[in-house]
Design a protein around this ligand. Structure first.
Ligand SMILES: *[C@@H]1O[C@H](CO)[C@@H](O)[C@H](O)[C@H]1NC(C)=O
Ligand SMILES: *[C@@H]1O[C@H](CO)[C@@H](O)[C@H](O)[C@H]1NC(C)=O
Ligand SMILES: *[C@@H]1O[C@H](CO)[C@@H](O)[C@H](O)[C@H]1NC(C)=O
Ligand SMILES: *[C@@H]1O[C@H](CO)[C@@H](O)[C@H](O)[C@H]1NC(C)=O
Length: 251
C-alpha cells in the first residue's frame, strides 16, 4: 500500500497541472516523467512486488560526465530536490557574469532516491517548469515532496545548507566549499520551457570546519537550468537564473 501512496503523491498534481496552469504545454520533459511514473504504477500493481522501504543504503548517485570523487567511507543521510535561483553580477557590458550565490528551497526526496531512482533524476527537469509555491512551507509542485531544508550563501564562496524546517530531523547547518565539478550532461535541460543558457555543473562539496552538522559531503547532481548568458551584454548589474537539482548529503 505504501508503494501506491508514494506514487500517488508523485502523480496527482501532474494530472491536475494541465487544468490549473494556463501556461501548461505537453513537453518532452513532462512526457518522459509521465512514462516513468506510469511504468512504476504498472509494476506496483503486480502481485509480489516488494514494497518501498526508503532505505537510503539502496540509493546510488548518477555518475557525472567527469566523475566526481566517491563518498568513500561516508553514509548517505538525505537526498533533496532543490528549486531556486543562481545569482550573478555583471560589472559592465563586456564582462563575464560572476556567480555570487544561490537561494533555494530543498524538498525531501530520500524515498524517491531509495525506491524510484529513475524518477529522481527527472524531478529537477520537471520542478524547473513550476514556480516555487507561494507558501514558503508548502510542498513542491507538482511532486508533493515536503520541505526539508534551505540553501543560501553566507559569502560568495560559501554555500550553506540548513535543516531548519519543523517537520524534518535537524541535521544542523553545513558551511560548505566547492572541491570538484563536472559539466552537466549534454542532454541536461537548459532552462525553463527548454530554453536557457544551460544546466549548472554537477558539484562535489565538503564541509568547512565551522560546520555545525555531522554532514561531511554534499553533491549537487541532475541539474536543470541555472547558467548565465556567456557575456554581460544587455544584462543588468545583478540577476537571477532559475534552476533545480538533486542534492545528496553524506555524513
Ligand atoms: C569590465 O569589468 C571587468 C570585470 O570586473 C573588468 O576586468 C574590466 O576592466 C571592465 N571593463 C571596462 C571597460 O570597464
Ligand atoms: C539572490 O537573488 C534573489 C532575488 O532573485 C535575492 O532574493 C537573494 O537575496 C539573492 N541572494 C544572494 C545570495 O545573492
Ligand atoms: C566566507 O565564509 C567562510 C565560512 O563562514 C569563511 O571561512 C571564509 O573566510 C569567508 N570568506 C570570505 C572571503 O569572507
Ligand atoms: C525524509 O522523509 C523520510 C520518509 O518520510 C523521513 O524518514 C526522513 O526523516 C525525511 N528526511 C528529512 C531530512 O526530512
Amino acid at each position: 500500500m505504501k508503494y501506491s501512496i508514494l506514487l500517488a503523491s508523485l502523480a496527482p498534481t501532474m494530472m491536475a497541472a494541465p487544468l490549473t496552469r494556463d501556461t501548461f504545454e505537453w513537453t518532452p520533459t513532462l512526457a518522459g516523467y509521465f512514462d516513468v511514473v506510469f511504468q512504476y504504477m504498472q509494476q506496483a500493481k503486480q502481485p509480489g512486488q516488494p514494497s518501498p522501504t526508503c532505505d537510503l543504503s539502496k540509493a546510488a548517485m548518477p555518475i557525472a560526465p567527469s566523475p566526481l570523487p566517491s563518498p568513500a567511507g561516508l553514509v548517505l543521510e538525505h537526498v533533496a530536490v532543490g528549486r531556486g535561483v543562481q545569482n550573478y553580477t555583471c560589472a559592465n557590458a563586456t564582462a563575464t557574469p560572476a556567480a555570487v550565490g544561490a537561494v533555494a528551497r530543498f524538498y525531501n526526496a530520500s524515498c524517491v532516491a531509495a525506491d524510484y531512482p529513475d524518477l529522481l533524476g527527472l524531478i529537477p527537469n520537471l520542478a524547473l517548469q513550476y514556480p516555487l509555491p507561494a507558501d514558503p512551507s508548502a510542498p513542491l509542485a507538482p511532486s508533493e515532496l515536503q520541505l526539508s531544508s534551505h540553501h543560501f550563501f553566507s559569502n560568495t564562496t560559501t554555500p550553506v545548507f540548513t535543516f531548519d524546517t519543523p517537520e524534518s530531523p535537524d541535521f544542523g547547518t553545513i558551511f560548505a566549499q566547492k572541491v570538484h565539478s563536472s559539466d552537466a550532461p549534454a542532454n541536461a535541460v537548459p532552462g525553463i520551457s527548454g530554453t536557457g543558457n544551460g544546466a549548472v555543473p554537477w558539484l562535489y562539496l565538503t564541509s568547512r570546519s565551522d560546520t555545525e552538522s555531522e554532514i561531511k559531503a554534499v553533491y549537487r547532481l541532475s541539474t536543470a537550468g541555472g547558467q548565465p548568458p556567456e557575456t554581460c551584454a544587455d544584462m543588468p548589474a545583478a540577476f537571477s537564473v532559475d534552476y533545480s537539482a538533486t542534492y545528496w548529503f553524506y555524513k
